[in-house]
Ligand binder design. Structure first.
Ligand SMILES: NC(=O)c1ccc[n+]([C@@H]2O[C@H](COP(=O)([O-])OP(=O)(O)OC[C@H]3O[C@@H](n4cnc5c(N)ncnc54)[C@H](O)[C@@H]3O)[C@@H](O)[C@H]2O)c1
Ligand SMILES: *[C@@H]1O[C@H](CO)[C@@H](O)[C@H](O)[C@H]1NC(C)=O
Ligand SMILES: *[C@@H]1O[C@H](CO)[C@@H](O)[C@H](O)[C@H]1NC(C)=O
Length: 416
């Protein structure tokens, strides 16, 4: 993990990864060693090592640092031997093995979907422009014979041969899509047309990752798929909400006119490892605050409710929907509601530390509750969320903790 972090900020992408990592590690050690040696000419190698440690040591315990270095060493050795270890994959025979395209496959949900499909033994092609996704999310598959990563923007046409398309490419959180509304609209309209065109040419089945946002600011609770929604076409979220609505429209137009097989998943709030740390949602905010020992801020009394599904539950649902014969939109979410105060307490307890929960004045337009009605998914897909909230939150905390650590690590490297 840490070593690919290194690759991300050094402009050496073109080199082969084996040599690159070895080079980077040696380069950093030499650089640090040199800067120390040159200040105190008499320093021996042991002292140089101590100096390096001291330098790394400013923020972390020596154990952390030694661990980081040991991991790097291990990785270099592994790469030198050319024995990159991949997660285990099943073998599928020719008849059952599918060529599956995942647009946005380097993102949060897409990378977990890649994991699932790769492990099942399919051939997976990930297409991503890395707008909000990152290579690190699928790094563990790079080089595997069944896996391909293509850097491509789906606003441009794509010509490959596939059997199934999971169409996930689109910025997904308000800060991400509001950052470039026009790009968000293009990705959801032109991009979706391109993927439907690809489905038409290859006769592949396409699953669209739609969103609960198509219901807008709903007037019914919980929302079932029959509800047409309540969306402001010129509001700040419109680029996303309306983009997804028209993407759904396009799917059914292609289904009707060109006989394309389409599946539409309306995804509700999802959390888990690889989610964006700064997407402004309750779970990520609270975990970050708790981990950094900052006060956990609850707006208003904290009686508003939210519901979150764990990412592997969602992935199960997406795969079930793709392979079902049900072609109408299906909600995928967790109907288990918790108050914001609940989330604050649970996260505080699981992270430990001494963060206090502080109440701030309620925010304007703080969404009221949004809760999925998942009876359709239960009926047609035999699907419902299984992962316990606490289990999911623990895994997410662990991920955030490591992310914070490796960010600190890169920052320190950057200062050399
Ligand atoms: N995470 C949630 O809670 C949630 C909720 C509802 C719907 N969804 C939908 O699920 C899908 C995945 O969401 P996510 O949370 O993984 O978000 P994400 O931002 O992590 O993933 C989206 C991926 O699409 C890529 N992408 C964006 N524009 C692209 C383009 N023009 N060409 C190629 N790649 C492009 C991004 O780089 C990123 O890797 C999205 O379509 C989103 O609308 C997610
Ligand atoms: C759809 O799939 C279910 C179960 O997989 C099956 O019972 C049903 O007959 C199928 N319906 C059609 C129309 O193919
Ligand atoms: C979550 O983590 C906490 C703290 O490490 C632990 O006490 C608890 O048992 C874990 N819960 C689950 C369900 O794994």
């Amino acid at each position: 993990m840490t070593s690919s972090k290194l690759m991300r900020f050094l402009p050496l992408r073109k080199m082969k990864s084996t040599k690159l990592i070895a080079f980077v590690v040696i380069f950093v050690l030499v650089l640090v060693g040199y800067s120390k040696l040159s200040s105190t000419k008499e320093t021996g190698p042991m002292e140089a090592k101590d100096n390096i440690l001291r330098e790394f040591n400013k923020a972390d315990s020596p154990i952390d640092v030694m661990e980081e270095i040991a991991q790097l060493k291990k990785k270099v050795l592994e790469l030198e031997k050319g024995t990159k270890k991949y997660p285990e994959t099943k073998f599928l025979n020719y008849k059952d093995r599918k060529r599956i395209l995942i647009t946005g496959g380097a993102g949060f949900v897409g990378s977990h979907l890649s994991d699932k499909l790769m492990k099942q033994g399919h051939e997976v092609t990930v297409v991503d422009n890395f707008f909000t996704g990152r290579k690190l999310n699928v790094e563990h598959w790079i080089g595997h014979p069944n896996f391909e990563l293509i850097h491509h923007d789906i606003v441009n046409p794509l010509y490959i041969e596939v059997d199934q398309i999971y169409h996930l490419a689109s910025p997904a959180s308000p800060p991400n899509y509001m950052y470039n509304p026009i790009k968000t609209i293009k990705t959801n309209t032109v991009g979706t047309i391109n993927m439907l065109g690809l489905a038409r040419r290859t006769r592949a089945r396409l699953l669209l990752a739609s969103t609960s946002e198509v219901y807008g600011d709903p007037e019914v609770h919980p929302q079932n798929e029959e509800y047409w929604g309540h969306v402001n076409p010129i509001g700040p979220r419109a680029c996303y909400d309306e983009g997804k609505r028209v993407a759904e429209t396009m799917c059914y137009a292609y289904a009707k006119q060109e006989n394309i097989e389409v599946r539409v998943a309306r995804i509700f709030n999802t959390f888990g490892p690889r989610m964006h740390m700064n997407d402004g949602r309750v779970v990520s905010n609270f975990i970050l605050q708790a981990l950094q020992g900052q006060p956990i801020t609850v707006y208003g009394e904290g009686k508003q409710t939210r519901s979150f599904q764990y990412v592997t539950d969602l992935v199960e649902g997406l795969v079930a929907l793709m392979n079902s014969n049900y072609s109408q939109p299906v909600n995928l979410g967790n109907p288990d509601e918790h108050t914001i105060m609940d989330f604050a307490d649970i996260i505080k307890r699981l992270v430990g530390g001494d963060s206090k929960v502080v109440n701030k004045p309620a925010m304007q337009d703080d969404p009221r509750k949004r809760k999925p009605d998942i009876s359709r998914a239960k009926l047609y897909l035999n699907w419902e969320p299984k992962v316990q909230l606490e289990v999911g939150i623990n895994k997410t905390i662990e991920y955030f903790r490591n992310e914070l650590k490796s960010t600190k690590f890169s920052e320190r490297l950057n200062t050399f």
